[in-house]
Design a protein around this ligand. Structure first.
Ligand code: GAL
Length: 677
């Protein structure tokens, strides 16, 4: 249920007028009109103002703001301010303060300073949200609810007494019998057998590593507690204001590890995501694209909302770089290209005080006579012209497997190498596909993937029997599955699948792994060029034109798979590195290392085999995405790029193109076959 209003693309952001004298509201309203702002999020951290004392509500100040915005035609996404519990709650109930894994009870003065399992917090949440909902029931400006702010970041897991009590209840519901838990957690290892639920603690910091199955369950439990806190609020709002969509903003699909968004998705009326560039990372627009693609995928392909990004610099990275001219516009339009029906910022006006005073706003401290504000106004005009894209979909032929449970499990302690990181492999494959101009969806390994020509599993360390079966059926029915090393290793309890690795995928891939040979920090190995037929002997001395690889090597023993490339040096010289196993109507490909530069070549081979269509001859600085009948051409490079074969009308300037379209350095061109009314 996407909010009906505002029409077209929603434009605006978090707005905190409570930090400013009354007259600034008037100035802001006129600036909003100038830029075409049509939606703001209000009240995000204003619990202390909305309820100055327990049970005494004060919404007058907010009424005034909402009414003023409404008169100016600006709709409101009204927040429940539970991410900033008031000082009186903490003073009265110090037990709401979360406890870290190391046992430190955090103090008041930051945000997210209450535990989602603390009864006093839950009670106060319910009372406030009901009062807020009742007060604004039927208000024409309030078009959606924004519950809390960024669950899971920074507060992921809490180790307080309330959490532990809830954890025991959760375990009992999940396992019913303590002996089932002992079995699932491998209780015979290090003598961790329990005879009663009351003996089980949270997996606190320890001088050795802690049972990984226990930690994995604690991650599931903790995420579920936040979801329950969200659902408590959502249910009240649905009861009190039926028909008004409810959401919460994800703390960055790709960047918040602690929330399993496949689980969250069905709880929200509309998916809302925040994304912040890692300013110093080169090509950080690729991380942005990945975040947007994951948001769209979590939304099941439906349009989603970009709830926050920044107009310029953030304030919380080591070096907070300002965006260069045009970058904010490219960032915003890339989100729209990938399915967002909104462009919203944190925040409208930069704060003068508090922890975020060096964070940019749409209105910077320099005011409206600034390059940044002029870009904000220009973007508003662009978005009005893009109204016709609203509601349309992006189609992808390739999917990448993304599973938060695998992410959690892979990054627990005591793995074969510290270089095995979930994001490292996913990023590598995503980036290679992005540079090949291939748009991807993300999928859970148990999802229906039958519609994709290629599915890539870069980091599926944890894979259940059921998911492995799903992948097998996909291949047998004609799909192409590309699996990277250290996938299919453990089950849902982080226990190794029986037999040789990769237990869950051995038969599907037509191979087994005899030994892992993780590489030293700066070590590389050489790969052979294309091989024909089976690799049987020692390859040392053969031309090693397959490029170098890093991180990982392993002894692959084919059992049905054909070797396409081998290791030409290192611990597995003469043995397979890249294989294909034809199975049923499809093929399962396996890559046993991390190529330094050659990943695009290997991927291209799989894409060609699978008949994936993609443009050729474009530089890899040009982002090309189709959404509905709109073609987005975003030039991240410093040279103009000419794209052949795009005919239609350019949305921003009305120019008709028949064939080549030139996109100036740093510019964005959007073309539709014929202009939308
Ligand atoms: C987000 C948060 C915002 C603001 C922003 C600053 O994570 O939701 O409230 O703090 O970061 O970049």
């Amino acid at each position: 249920m996407y909010p009906e209003r505002p029409a077209g693309i929603a434009y605006g952001g978090d707005y905190n007028p409570e930090q400013w004298p009354r007259e600034v509201l008037e100035e802001d309203v006129s600036l909003m009109r100038e830029a075409g702002v049509n939606l703001v999020s209000l009240g995000m951290f204003s619990w202390a103002l909305m309820e100055p004392e327990p049970g005494r509500f004060a919404f007058g100040w907010l009424d005034e703001v909402i009414d003023r915005l409404h008169r100016a035609g600006v709709a409101v996404d009204l927040a429940t301010p539970t991410a900033a519990p008031p000082a009186w709650l903490v003073a009265e109930h110090p037990d709401v303060l979360p406890v870290t894994r190391e046992g430190l009870r955090i103090g008041f003065g930051g945000r997210q300073s209450a535990c989602s399992s603390a009864p006093a917090f839950l009670e106060a949440t319910g009372r406030l949200v009901r009062a807020l909902g009742e007060h604004y029931r039927g208000h024409p400006a309030v078009v959606m609810w924004h519950v809390h702010n960024e669950y899971g970041a920074p507060l992921g897991e809490c180790y307080c007494e309330h959490s532990v009590a809830a954890w025991r209840r959760w375990l009992e519901a999940a396992y019913r019998d303590v002996s089932a838990l002992n079995e699932a957690w491998g209780g015979t290892f290090w003598g961790q057998t329990y005879t009663d639920w009351s003996q089980i603690d949270a997996p606190r910091a320890n001088h050795t590593t802690v049972n990984p199955a226990q930690r994995l369950d604690y991650a599931r439990f903790s995420d579920g507690q936040h979801r329950a806190h969200y659902a408590l609020q959502r249910d009240i709002l649905r009861e009190v204001t039926p028909g008004v969509p409810v959401t919460t903003n994800f703390a960055g699909t790709v960047n918040c590890k602690s929330t399993d968004l496949w689980q969250w998705a069905c709880e929200l009326d509309v998916i809302a995501n925040d994304h912040y560039l890692q300013a110093e990372r080169p090509d950080n627009h690729i991380d942005l694209a990945m975040s947007a693609d994951l948001a769209r995928s979590v939304a099941g392909g439906e349009p989603w909302m970009l709830m926050e990004h920044s107009a310029g610099a953030v304030n919380w990275q080591p070096r907070n770089l300002a965006k260069r001219p045009g970058e904010m516009r490219r960032n915003s339009l890339a989100h729209v290209a990938r399915g967002s029906d909104s462009v919203l910022f944190f925040q409208f006006r930069a704060s003068r005080f508090g922890a975020e005073k060096f964070h940019s706003g749409m209105v910077p401290h320099a005011g409206a006579d600034s390059e940044q504000w002029r870009e904000v106004v220009r973007l508003g005009a662009d978005l009005r012209r893009l109204a016709g894209v609203r509601g349309s979909r992006v189609r992808a032929e390739v999917a990448i497997v993304w599973d938060w449970e695998s992410y959690w499990a892979l990054e627990l302690e005591w793995r074969p190498s510290v270089d095995l990181r979930f994001r490292e492999r996913v990023d590598a494959f995503y980036e290679a596909l992005w540079r090949e101009h291939v748009t991807v969806d993300f999928v859970h390994p148990s999802a229906d993937i039958s519609g994709y020509r290629v599915v890539v599993a870069p980091s599926s360390y944890l894979l259940t029997e059921a998911s492995a079966k799903n992948l097998r059926q996909y291949v047998e029915a004609g799909g192409n599955l590309l699996v990277s090393y250290f996938s299919g290793i453990v089950d849902e309890h982080d226990a190794i699948h029986p037999g040789a690795h990769p237990g869950a995928l051995r038969e599907l891939l037509g191979l087994s792994i005899e030994e892992f040979h993780p590489l030293r920090a700066y070590e590389t190995v050489q790969l052979t060029g294309q091989l024909i037929g089976q690799l049987t002997g020692d390859l040392t001395g053969e031309p090693a034109d397959g490029g170098a690889a890093r991180i990982w090597s392993e002894r692959v023993r084919p059992a049905g798979a054909t070797t396409l490339r081998g290791f030409a040096s290192g611990p597995d010289a003469g043995h397979p590195a890249f294989t294909r196993h034809d199975l049923g109507a499809g093929a399962a490909w396996y890559l046993a290392t991390a190529p330094l530069t050659g990943l695009r070549d290997l991927l291209a081979q799989v894409l060609a085999h699978a008949g994936v269509s993609r443009p050729h001859g474009l530089p890899d600085t040009l982002e090309l995405v189709r959404r509905g009948d709109h073609v987005f051409l975003i030039n991240h490079g410093d040279q103009a790029v000419t794209v052949e074969g795009v005919s239609g009308v350019s949305v921003f300037d009305g120019v008709r193109h028949d064939g080549p379209v030139t996109v100036a350095a740093g510019d964005v061109v959007v073309v539709v076959p014929s202009p939308h009314p």
